[in-house]
Design a protein around this ligand. Sequence first.
Ligand SMILES: [Zn+2]
Length: 290
Amino acid sequence: MKIHAIRTGSVAVKTRQRRGAGLGPARLAATLIDRSWTEPLPIYAWLIEHPEGPIVIDTGETARVEERGYFPAWHPYFRFGVRTWVKPEEEIGPRIRAIGIEPDHVRWVVMTHLHTDHAGGLSHFPKSEILVSRAEFENASGPMGRARGFLPNRWPEWLDPTLFDFGADSLGPFPQSRPVTAAGDVTIVPTPGHTKGHVSVVFEEGDRLVFFAGDTSYTQSLMVAGAVDGVAPDVRRARETLRRIQEYAKQRPLVYLPSHDPEAKGRLEAREAVSADGAMAAGLQPRVST
Ligand SMILES: [Zn+2]
């Protein structure tokens, strides 16, 4: 099945955001005061050309970020923590039209979480069913959502997502899941940590798994190292999520695709799975396959 990496511009964050330091609330403070920026990182969304209808995972960022006042100046993260670059032709609508798919024909849009660089392109999908975890939607909505760094005031007026809770069916090391397709090959699993209701999407391609990871980590080697980012509100759950992904990658060949990993597109195209070599590169013991 054809899967596309859709790049919707670039984002730079503090190096302390990519890999967190310190304990408790000090992690976020360390991120904000850090003077060192990452290079501009890709903002990826994904498109699966599925026989049941095109599936989009995350919607990337909007070019409106270039408008003065689009981000709330009162919010310390937007003021000190992030820089974003998106051209109009880089938004997800024009991007997927360029590969021959009308946004109106997209059947499902699955959101890993609702941070602006994932939800900024929602306006392109008024005709699609938009799947959001109930925990994420509640956490991101209203004044509290804005204080937490979400931009619910920028969501499209028409937004009325299908809110889901997880059923009891396990998938690999994940105790709960939520199916997307009737074929059973696309499934959502809970991966909380980076945000309270963060989810990932698993596409089973034969024996292989393509794992659309959202922001569970910024790179594959950080996932392999179990290193939590500097903005996750719940470090313990984030670590547990990374452990589950590591475990899944031991059980099956798993192509790991975080949204801001410069190497994700290449790994997708080569269907390059997490390997024992990857673990060694991160300074861990090589894995014994079971
Ligand atoms: Zn995020």
